[in-house]
Design a protein around this ligand. Structure first.
Ligand SMILES: Nc1ncnc2c1ncn2[C@@H]1O[C@H](COP(=O)(O)OP(=O)(O)O)[C@@H](O)[C@H]1O
Ligand SMILES: [Mg+2]
Length: 433
């Protein structure tokens, strides 16, 4: 996967950086740089990647978690539904960015701490379920080793573990109603009968997912209230009541433009953090938010949130950080990656390159830039070492890249053949569902 992605990303970022079509001797230069990195590292290049981390709800950070009043009843309902032995599959539904993943993890954490479940495991399913990855996530968190188990027998081993009587909660995050159907049997998740201590919590944007899965109970997550949106804005922007009335007024107007959607509020508010003394930044943000936008090819229901994310992206201001943001959007949906991997990619594609650099210099620059993205809520910290991009943020990033640089979608055969005929070999790679 690493070399595959490197191959794909290399031309994309080259295009991004140079804004030109070809750079004939790029390959040779790149080879020299890779050689140099190897010399400087004094070790095999392949060994820089860190082993995959095992997921589990305990690792998810809840330092920014806000317990919204309007969601208290839903939280309780979810908690009770998961405690009730009559329920097996429970669905949590809400539009993208409302806080489903955050809430599911928080509920899972509470149930684990209360001893209601011996294990709480979470795995992201996404549009195209990767059975092997889902199995690895669940098994890894349960400490189940595959040993010499054949790939075709994994589902049996997992099924035995999930039905051995332990109370286990499996969170299947971001399941879709379109695309490939999620096959419980192929994964090894018990069916409705004989599931023993196992329970499943599914999150999805669509209610249809739960009909397909025959969920026992479905809980819907709405937008937060206007006042909660303001509380959230205050926290992410790092402001309090002691700020000037003028600033608070502007802040409230900005928060209102985020339409009570958590993912938009967190991105806009955090992009203004530390800018209390630069009110013009707030004015520019507010003006941009108020301007009517038309986005060709973008669904009406996400135009507002794309606009918020674009403004947050513009507020990054530093070109390298912006480029890193676009680069992160070429990873597959919900893919997690380490800083080391990102550093290697950046070096490989020439981002953060100086004429004379060491691996550590490049790594430091990547760390500084990714911290800025994390602080701006445009990139998520999975744990101390791993990162990922929120699915909606990734969609918006790909849309921005589409607008800002000439790009070719390789999944579009027409575009691909046109590019090949025109001898374009620098593409932006965009993975489709
Ligand atoms: N309860 C909450 N407290 C604080 N921030 C939240 C909360 N819920 C959501 N957010 C913010 O909104 C973003 C989107 O939430 P997420 O749970 O990923 O939404 P969804 O899974 O519905 O797309 C999060 O990354 C976080 O920044
Ligand atoms: Mg989610």
């Amino acid at each position: 996967m690493a070399s595959f992605l490197c191959d794909l990303v290399k031309p994309y970022v080259e295009k991004l950086i140079n804004g030109a079509i070809a750079e004939a001797h790029h390959g040779k230069k790149l080879a020299n740089k890779v050689k140099r990195i190897k010399e400087l590292k004094g070790e095999k290049f392949e060994n820089i990647e860190l082993p995959r981390h095992l997921p589990g709800v305990e690792r998810s950070s809840s330092e920014n978690y806000i317990s919204f009043k309007s969601r208290e009843a839903k939280y309780r309902e979810l908690l009770d539904a998961l405690k009730d032995d009559n329920n097996y599959i429970i669905g949590l539904q809400g539009m993208g960015g409302t806080g489903k993943t955050t809430l599911a993890k928080e509920v899972g954490k509470e149930l684990k701490q209360a001893g209601q479940f011996a294990h709480v495991v979470d795995t992201t399913v996404s549009f195209t379920p990767d059975i092997k990855k889902i199995q690895d996530d669940i098994a890894g968190s349960l400490g189940l080793k595959w040993d010499d188990c054949n790939e075709s027998d994994r589902h049996k081993k997992l099924w035995s573990r999930l039905t051995n009587g332990d109370k286990i909660l499996v969170i299947l995050d971001d399941v879709w109603d379109r695309g490939p159907h999620l096959d419980f049997e192929a994964i090894g998740i018990p069916k409705r009968d004989n599931h023993k201590g196992c329970r499943v919590l599914v999150t999805s944007r669509s209610k249809r997912t739960f009909d397909i899965m025959c969920c026992h109970k479905t809980i819907e997550l709405d937008l937060i209230s206007e006042e909660e949106a303001w509380t959230m804005f205050e926290m992410y922007a790092g402001i309090s009541n002691s700020e000037s009335k003028k600033l608070i007024n502007k802040g409230r107007k900005i928060a209102k433009e985020c339409k009570q959607l958590p993912v938009a509020i967190s991105a806009i508010a955090s992009s203004l953090k530390g800018q209390q003394n630069r009110e013009h930044e707030w004015d520019v943000t507010l003006k941009s938010l108020k301007q009517p936008v038309s986005m060709h090819g973008v669904d009406d229901d996400v135009v507002g949130v794309y606009n918020c994310l674009k403004i947050s992206y513009d507020n990054l201001k530093e070109e390298n950080v912006m480029r890193l943001f676009l680069l992160c959007s070429v990873f597959r949906e919900d893919e997690e990656y380490s800083v080391e991997y990102l550093t290697r990619l950046c070096i490989g594609v020439g981002l953060f390159r100086d004429d004379d650099y060491t691996y550590n210099d490049a790594r430091n620059k990547v760390v500084v830039a990714k911290n800025k993205l994390v602080d701006s809520c445009l990139l998520l910290k999975v744990d101390a070492k791993r990162l990922k991009m929120h699915d909606l943020v990734r969609d918006a990033a790909q849309w921005i890249a589409d607008k800002e640089i000439q790009c070719v979608k390789l999944f579009d055969t027409k575009q691909k053949s046109l590019a090949i005929t025109n001898n374009l070999y620098h593409y932006q790679i965009q993975f489709d569902h």
